[in-house]
Design a protein around this ligand. Structure first.
Ligand code: ATP
Ligand code: FE
Length: 356
């Protein structure tokens, strides 16, 4: 089975062709991502209206590229998967409309996908891991521990009660004058910084459970920055690197300790081959990856992190999540709705309503 996937829920327009192999893993035949960073750079964040227009303009180009790179004609596909939410509604609508047009025109099945399920199913695409596995989904808009026990069945163990870590990385970058998206910038500067230069909080570690908080951490960085500016009139390169390193270390510590607790909970169910997988844009961060890898090594759990290109938004994960739903017997009609909000740990009434 081979699916075309479309992704347009935030600031990346993407199309990909993915085949499901007999062993249950996926093979990515093409994965095209057209980022919009340059369009939003002047505004210091993603502007929804600009994003929606850019998606509408770029989707067909990305689809053409993905098909020709994969050597597939539309008619040779087995279905079209599209992100139906959550995300910026204008972008999601562009993708859903494009997918409906393609599916209707070519007479192909249409499968709506939860963007977060795309991230969460990535370890099955890359490594064919079996359910149930523990997942840390950590991205620009989300941060949660989930036990994935089926393509559409997720149990949430906890998550952030305010900002997502990606959002915190982006805000820290902004207040240090670094470009967006901030994660890779902060990670790069952190490499030449001292993690002990500033003592930043580790929020909620004193409380039981897997819930996390990152907004206070960003405020602590702001205060530390203002302190240096008040004292010396500005930030040196080294100050900035030290702030980045101290901030990143605090995020690493919180994620590692909360992951340990989530793992303990997951291991109580005695899974046959325990797996802890991380996904989402922030999982591209090398310090975070290695912190979690060490934790898993100590606990005798297999650790999986996607290749860097599959951490941030892409359409290969959407094509794959669509394949998983389709193999499970699901597809959608022309009434598939675009949903700005769509939590992963509950099945979508919209999709249930139109699912066949
Ligand atoms: P969501 O998936 O929650 O809807 P999104 O799709 O915007 O949000 P992703 O594309 O999965 O998020 O991730 C983007 C986020 O990942 C941004 O906040 C970005 O700063 C962050 N990020 C990317 N690379 C890194 C890195 N190396 N270190 C830390 N954060 C990173
Ligand atoms: Fe994402």
């Amino acid at each position: 089975l081979t699916f075309l996937g479309l992704e347009s829920s935030c600031d990346d327009t993407a199309a990909a062709v993915v085949r499901r192999l007999p062993d249950g893993r996926g093979e990515i035949l093409s994965s095209v991502v057209a980022g919009q960073a340059a369009l939003h750079a002047a505004y210091g964040g993603v502007v929804p209206e600009i994003a929606a227009r850019a998606h509408a303009e770029k989707l067909d180009v990305c689809v053409d590229e993905a098909l020709s790179e994969a050597g597939f004609a539309l008619a040779d596909l087995d279905g079209i998967a599209v992100t139906a939410g959550p995300g910026l509604i204008g972008g999601v609508l562009s993708g859903v409309m494009c997918a409906k047009g393609l599916a209707a025109g070519a007479g192909l099945p249409l499968v709506g996908v939860n963007h977060l399920a795309g991230h969460a199913l990535t370890p099955r695409l890359t490594d064919g891991v079996a359910f149930p596995y523990l997942m840390l989904l950590v991205s620009g808009g989300h941060c949660q521990f989930l036990i994935a026990s089926g393509p559409e069945t997720y149990t949430r163990l906890g998550g952030t009660i305010d900002d997502a870590p990606g959002e915190a990385f982006d805000k820290v970058a902004r207040l240090l004058g670094l470009p967006q998206p901030g994660g890779p910038e902060v990670e790069r500067d952190a490499q030449s910084g001292n993690i002990r230069a500033f003592s930043l909080p580790r929020p909620l570690l004193d409380r039981p459970g897997c819930d996390m908080s990152f907004s206070g951490l960003k405020t602590a960085v702001l205060r530390a920055r203002d302190g240096i500016v008040a004292e010396k009139g500005g930030l040196t390169r080294q100050d900035r690197a030290d702030l980045c390193a101290s901030f990143q270390a605090a995020v690493c510590d919180v994620l590692a300790e909360k992951s340990r607790r989530a793992l303990e909970q997951y291991l109580e169910s005695a899974p046959e081959t325990p797996v802890f997988a991380v996904a989402g844009g922030v999982s591209a961060n090398r310090a975070i990856r290695s912190g979690l890898e060490n934790l898993c090594r100590g606990m005798g759990v297999r650790f999986l992190a996607p290749p860097l290109t599959l951490c941030t938004d892409n359409a290969a994960m959407i094509a794959w999540a669509g394949l998983e739903r389709f193999v499970g017997g699901a597809s959608d009609g022309m009434d598939l709705a675009a949903r700005p909000r769509w939590p992963l740990d509950r099945r979508s009434p919209a999709l249930l309503g139109s699912g066949k």
